[in-house]
Design a protein around this ligand. Structure first.
Ligand code: ATP
Length: 671
């Protein structure tokens, strides 16, 4: 494995060249969200400089939207602090001039006092301004975070479901939610650091320019080696990150396996502990080796940078000495120049570092912004074109007479074959209509389209005369209750699991719980409806699969919607609960119109109409008697289920059958 990983992490593969390990170990190939690391590694400093202004502009706009006052204080204080830095440096010349002049020492000190007071005042004011800027900047962080989180989640909870089936969209989401979102406060922070660095540098450069124009190049000379070393060390880190992508991914997968509750039982029963720990350790050892190597190379680079900087500083002092000797600058000016050069040096190194980081974070932040724009573009806009260019939005009728679907077609994004192939059906008010068919025939897909969760590619759904696509999505969902085949175990209280955040009276809650059988489950819980249903929290309870399903059914009953869609609502229920639920559905779930999907064909016998689906088409339609008489797929499936019971009973009752012969078909009728 160690050898494999070594082979896998080959950062210098040429563009377009296939990853030799991709086929063998797809889960270890570079994740899309880490592609920026490669980009960063390949970006030149010129490109960074060219793109930086737009990164800074975008971060400034973000900060401004997060909080105008804090942004203004951060920028304003930093700018004014720079002025005071320059002022303090220039005032230092006054101090040194006084101290280096001829005369008795007490007189020289007295003469230096006014300038000294100016230096002290400038330093104190600069410190106060920097503290205020730091405070405002720290305040900005959480506000920026909140803004970007909200924007992303507002978009992801509103996009059409098809977007969440799209693998490219999901990859973009992963990039935006992880690194992209984290980068937002950082890009603001580094943009401010860039500003601070520029201001500090300008202050030092301005001072040197005032003192003597020749001093300016000296500042650059001393700062270049350290800037070079820090950029080089940062690039080394990028390459290492790139090298470690596969290993980190593997480590992440293994650590998840070892800490998550749902894997715990299997790890124990298959005694996998040693194996998993061993695998983890191999990857961790590899990672440690790569990182230690990085630390060594970075240290060498820094030492080299420091040596060059030492030499450059020596050169500066020699130059200053020569200038003094030649009488080009007085001693006081040379002293101030040393201070200005040191201050400028620090600012320049900070600036180079901040530029690097700001650009890096800016790339990730760009991912976030691009994703949000894409997601916002995928929020479904419902409505039909009016006379002009305006969009007319309709409402579903409160008391519909019938819902019709005509010639519906639908293909999941990225799928090769359509899941619905021209389906038409009708549901009249108060009916129980059943969809049956073998696995993959399109029942759930059809139910989701009728529920307004996906838009069909072709065809139309109407509630009376109102086309569903002309009604805003929320308006559709309000009128439909769905008991889904796959439902969420919400880590909330039993009450919230039923009400789903809707305010309603206790009576409605209890009625829904009684109808679904959830009441019996809740009665057993320590705090009744206020019991938290998540064992990860203190006092939390866990339910069985069937108990969770009863809550999911209660959720559907609780919603006061005229159309109830039940997709396999009894898969996990025991026989009694199942019987009780179908009884309820048979009596039209308290007057509602019901669309029922189930494989228990005995339960659809009483449906007003049954549609039989095969490969996304309706192949049979009618009530139970008509479909049985037709002798098609429905009759075949029904007979298969009924005969399984008959055969089992016959096998068990052979001696009794001999004594009391049973009427043929009697058992099937009882189902
Ligand atoms: N999210 C999806 N992305 C791509 N294809 C899908 C998706 N969901 C379902 N399909 C495909 O659509 C077809 C119909 O699936 P659907 O879930 O509607 O069948 P079903 O009749 O409800 O099956 P079952 O009885 O097993 O629940 C299947 O071929 C399935 O592979």
């Amino acid at each position: 494995m160690f050898e494999r990983l070594r082979g896998l992490v080959r950062p210098r593969r040429r563009r377009g060249e296939a990853d030799p390990d991709a086929a063998a170990l797809p889960e270890l190939t570079a994740a899309l969200w880490s592609s920026r690391t490669r980009e960063l590694h390949e970006t030149s400093m010129r490109t960074v400089a060219r793109r930086l202004p737009s990164v800074i502009w975008r971060s400034a706009r973000l900060a401004w939207r997060a909080n105008r006052a804090d942004t203004a204080v951060t920028i304003g204080c930093n700018l004014v602090a720079g002025v005071f830095t320059a002022f303090g440096l220039l005032a230092t010349t006054g101090v040194l001039t006084a101290l280096f002049s001829a005369g008795p020492t007490p007189d020289r000190v007295r003469d230096a006092l006014p300038s000294l007071a100016l230096v002290a005042g400038a330093t104190a004011l600069r410190a106060a301004l920097q503290a205020a800027a730091g405070w405002a900047q720290a305040r900005l962080d959480p506000q920026v975070e909140r803004l970007v989180e909200l924007r992303l989640y507002e978009a992801t909870t509103a996009v059409d479901l098809a977007a969440l089936e799209d693998s490219e969209f999901l990859d973009d989401l992963k990039r935006a939610e992880g690194r992209g979102m984290r980068s937002a406060p950082m890009v603001v922070q580094h943009a401010v650091d860039v500003l601070t660095g520029v201001v500090g540098l300008l202050a030092a450069a301005g001072t040197l320019g005032v003192l003597h124009p020749l001093l300016l190049p000296l500042l650059l000379l001393t700062a270049v080696p350290e800037g070079w070393a820090s950029v080089r060390a940062a690039r080394m880190r990028y390459v290492t990150e790139l090298t470690l992508i596969g290993a980190l991914r593997r480590k992440w997968i293994l650590s998840n396996l070892m800490v998550e509750r749902r894997h715990a039982a299997e790890i124990r029963s298959f005694t996998m502990r040693g194996f998993l720990l061993g695998e983890y350790d191999k990857v961790a050892a590899y990672q440690r080796g790569v990182e230690l190597d990085l630390a060594r190379r970075q240290a060498i680079t820094r030492v080299f940078g420091d040596m060059m900087q030492g030499a450059a500083t020596g050169g500066v002092y020699v130059t200053l000495g020569l200038m003094l000797w030649a009488g080009t600058v007085p001693l006081a000016v040379a002293g101030t120049a040393v201070l200005a050069i040191r201050s400028g040096q620090t600012s320049l190194v900070n600036l180079v570092f901040a530029v690097n980081r700001c650009y890096e974070e800016g790339l990730y932040f760009g991912d976030y912004l691009d994703f949000c724009a894409e997601a916002e573009g995928r929020v479904p806009e419902r409505g039909v074109r009016g006379e002009g260019t305006e969009t007319v939005v309709a409402r579903l009728p409160a008391d519909f007479e019938r819902i019709t679907a005509e010639d519906l077609t639908f293909t999941y994004p990225g799928a090769e074959t359509p899941s619905l192939n021209g389906i038409s059906l009708e549901v009249r008010r108060g009916e129980v209509v059943a969809l049956v068919g073998e696995n993959g025939s399109g029942k759930s897909t059809l139910a989701k389209i009728l529920a307004g969760l996906y838009d069909p590619d072709g065809g139309e759904i109407r509630w009376d005369e109102v086309p569903l696509r002309s009604v805003p999505a929320e308006g559709v969902w309000e009128r439909i209750a769905v008991i889904a085949q796959e439902y969420t175990h919400w880590p909330m209280t039993a009450r919230q699991n039923i009400t789903m955040g809707r305010a309603a009276g206790e009576e409605e809650l209890l009625a829904a719980a009684r109808a679904s059988g959830a009441a019996e489950v809740v009665d057993e819980l320590a705090h009744g409806y206020d019991t938290l249903l998540d064992r990860r929290f203190q006092g939390g309870a866990e339910l069985s699969g069937g108990q969770w399903q009863r809550l999911a059914v209660a959720r559907g009953f609780f919603r006061d919607a005229p159309l109830l869609i039940c997709d396999e609502p009894t898969a996990a229920l025991d026989a009694r609960a199942e019987h009780h639920l179908f009884d309820r559905i048979r009596t039209h779930a308290d007057g509602r119109t019901v669309l029922l999907i189930t494989h228990r064909l005995a339960s659809v016998r009483h449906a007003d109409r049954i549609y039989v689906l095969e490969q996304g088409r309706v192949i049979e339609e009618g009530d139970h008697a008509a479909l049985m008489a037709r002798g098609g797929l429905y009759a075949e499936l029904y007979e298969l289920q009924a005969s399984a019971y008959r055969a089992a009973e016959a096998a068990e009752q052979v001696p009794e059958v001999a004594q009391v012969p049973e009427a043929p078909g009697a058992r099937a009728d009882q189902m």
